[in-house]
Design a protein around this ligand. Structure first.
Ligand code: 5GP
Length: 210
């Protein structure tokens, strides 16, 4: 009987070093009909091809400060000198509609989400090794040499945090396998949440207040 019940919504944090393939994995996951993604606010300028409101909400430093002050961000962090944050309301809307909402954010943001009682699933993506990470980063060609070096040197710390703070670390070696693994982790967590809901627990308590 329980199998006819819809699976509850879920916040899924997807983090990993620059170049690991977060965007590619997220794009594949978003082919699922009940998956959606959180659109972050950022003070960094758009890159070529990026669309305001689809890729990010591109805002000024003043606008970002206002969002923070109004408590409208569930988490925020400085990444490579720019501010990034996750708006709260779309998360509430997504879980209300039993959707899986992907937060492609950095590890500082992931830790904040973890501390907020949002029943989020935290998945950290790792490259098979550092040489491969460097190759992917150079290949995508969106950063200059200085930025590539900066991102690579941050990756060690991120991997450490991924191992200590995240629920699962998944190696993105074979894309299909990686996507399937993440989907399975999501499904298992949703089944657990459904059981907890049926047992009378309130899900995502941290989303209901303030
Ligand atoms: P990019 O500028 O390359 O799109 O993103 C740089 C880093 O910021 C990536 O690690 C990305 O996951 C992270 N990021 C994007 N949006 C958010 C957000 O809303 N919060 C946090 N904490 N990190 C974010």
């Amino acid at each position: 009987m329980a199998d006819n019940q819809p699976l509850p919504g879920l916040l899924v944090v997807l983090s990993g070093p620059a170049g690991v393939g977060k965007t590619t994995v997220a794009t594949r996951l978003l082919q699922e009909p009940d998956f959606t993604r959180s659109v972050s606010a950022t003070t960094r300028p758009p890159r070529e091809g990026e669309v305001n409101g689809r890729d990010y909400h591109f805002v000024s430093a003043e606008e970002f400060a206002k969002l923070k002050a109004a408590n409208e961000l569930v988490e925020y962090a400085e990444v490579f000198g720019r501010s990034y944050g996750t708006p709260k309301q779309p998360l509430r809307d997504a879980v209300k509609q039993n959707k899986v909402i992907l937060l492609v954010i950095d590890v500082d943001g992931g830790k904040q989400v973890k501390d907020k009682k949002l029943d989020a699933l935290l998945v950290f993506l790792k490259a098979p090794d550092k040489g491969e990470l460097q190759r992917r980063l150079v290949q995508r060609g969106t950063e200059n040499l200085k930025q590539q070096t900066e991102r690579l040197s941050r990756s060690d710390l991120e991997i450490k945090i991924g191992h200590s703070e995240y629920d699962f670390v998944v190696v993105n070696d074979d894309l299909d396998r990686c996507v399937e693994q993440v989907k399975e982790l999501i499904r298992e967590r949703r089944l657990q949440l459904r059981d907890r809901k049926n047992a009378g627990q309130t899900l995502y308590p941290g989303l209901n207040k303030g």
